[in-house]
Write a protein that binds this ligand. Structure first.
Ligand code: MG
Length: 159
């Protein structure tokens, strides 16, 4: 078994269309800024997957200077990372994602977020946990300047 951790932050900006978290578009007045769709949760997850196999980080595979990744769905990138993982002979044990955001309230979207990520990783929804928390108004997540995400994954070697 291999374990990996990932962490990411993106800035929240007013008027940026489409807040996307775990591949789910969430209605909100603010969106995350970034080169891709800025799905901070999926970015943390991809870094956890790459970290588990000591394969570097997503900046290595999907540089934010490359025009082909502008506005791209991070779920598509996740599928590519999973091809790497499977190519190394591993499958998902489980993944646990924590999104840190003061607003919006994510509870209504959690099941869909889990389903979307599980489908992209070709694993069961029972293997994907998504949790949301606030930082009690403290720091950059508390002021709404940004959203942060952590992810931990366990990979199992295929028999
Ligand atoms: Mg990112």
């Amino acid at each position: 078994m291999r374990i990996g951790h990932g962490y990411d932050v993106h800035r929240l900006l007013k008027g940026v269309p489409g807040l996307v978290l775990c591949g789910v578009e969430i209605p909100f007045d603010y969106g995350l800024s970034g080169h891709s769709d800025a799905d901070v949760a999926v970015h943390a997850l991809m870094d956890a997957l790459l970290g588990a196999l000591a394969l570097g980080d997503i900046g290595l595979y999907f540089p934010d200077t490359a025009p082909e990744y502008e506005g791209i769905s991070s779920i598509l990138l996740l599928k590519r990372v999973m091809e790497l993982v499977r190519g190394k002979g591993y499958r998902i044990g489980n993944a646990d994602i924590t999104v840190i955001a003061q607003r919006p309230r994510l509870a209504p979207y959690i099941t869909e977020m889990r389903a979307r990520v599980a489908r992209a990783m070709d694993t069961g929804i029972e293997n994907v946990s998504v949790k949301a928390t606030t930082e009690e108004g403290l720091g950059f997540t508390g002021t709404g300047d940004g959203i942060a995400a952590h992810a931990v994954v366990l990979l199992e070697k295929e028999q």
